[in-house]
Design a protein around this ligand. Sequence first.
Ligand SMILES: NC(=O)c1ccc[n+]([C@@H]2O[C@H](COP(=O)([O-])OP(=O)(O)OC[C@H]3O[C@@H](n4cnc5c(N)ncnc54)[C@H](O)[C@@H]3O)[C@@H](O)[C@H]2O)c1
Length: 362
Amino acid sequence: MQTCLVTGGAGFIGSNLVDALIRDGNEVIVIDDFSTGHYKTNKATYSWWDSKFPEKIDVVFHLAALARIQPSFYQPQKTYDVNSTLTMKALDIAMSHGARLVYAGSSSVYHDPFANPYSYTKWLGEQHCLLYSKLYKLPCAIARFFNVYGPRQIEEGEFSTVIGIFEKQYRENKPLTVTGDGEQRRDFTHVKDIVRGLIAMSKSDWHGDIFNLGTGTNYSINEVADLFQTEKQYLPKRPGEAQDTLADISYTKEKLAWEPTISLRDYVNEVVMKKKIVDVSLGTKQVKVWEVSKEWLEGKTDGAKAVLLEVVFASDFVLACKGAQERHPEKNLRISDGNHAVECEANSGPVEVDALRKAIYG
Ligand SMILES: NC(=O)c1ccc[n+]([C@@H]2O[C@H](COP(=O)([O-])OP(=O)(O)OC[C@H]3O[C@@H](n4cnc5c(N)ncnc54)[C@H](O)[C@@H]3O)[C@@H](O)[C@H]2O)c1
């Protein structure tokens, strides 16, 4: 068990990190002003920058920041205070409590650090880490994130992320708003992969090493919007943003044995599928249908497949199908029970599958 301090632990990435650290049996202290982050758990302790901390802290994860480019334009001083000055504060806390520090940096430093106050102050934060590492021998490592997405991402307002905005618009049946011509490309990384990377970085004494946490693949914003298979609406280009981002993760792979495991394509496909969940009544039972195959929709019997989620309802469905199997052995109705999903395949002459199809599509 380690004692970990997470600044920005109520935010999108920080809260996912807090959950993972707690799951791994660590003691977690959070510093957050709840300005953009709102997550709280009773398994962590909430503190403030000048609080009295335990004498020994093992790792400080410094994620607190005003974390987006656009709002930084009209509040350069505040962005500096939070992103730069508080990074020094986090380094001081790490020094005085014998901790290693992991800094949440940004890929924006690969472009022009002077393009906007956000990139500039994130770059300054890195310089502070390097200073403490070189001068005071503080073990610290810099993570550079690209575009992060996943659970608890901010979906609206000036601190929202592109995937968050698209998911909300998609759920609300609105066109997806693309800025500029949509040909700018971004490297998108799932927050679970980021959290694994941060934890891997915290395991050794690094001395200012920089780890890109990206995927090494990028998508244009048009390509991302197209994954949702819905309408797009174009908005004016935003200032201060890079044309393309793409992570070189060779150093991270070599030193941390870390690799991203989740693809944006799979993630968006799941978002699209989730919207298609339909409640169906099967006799007296309510069943949630998650996915149906093309064959199933077309009323074919060969290869037809319906995947159902929610174990409670799904097990009822299995029972219903089993009954049908016994009553109609000649129909060769195959049922398999997965971990959290149940598949009902009708190879020839579906029985309940037909009832389901009728219930959904009339
Ligand atoms: N999300 C991304 O795609 C991305 C990309 C590159 C870098 N980053 C970096 O990752 C870190 C986390 O970003 P995020 O996307 O989770 O943003 P976020 O806004 O969800 O999290 C930032 C957290 O910092 C807190 N905070 C702000 N000012 C504070 C202060 N004065 N004291 C204490 N807490 C304060 C906020 O309330 C919030 O909980 C940031 O340092 C950001 O610069 C994020």
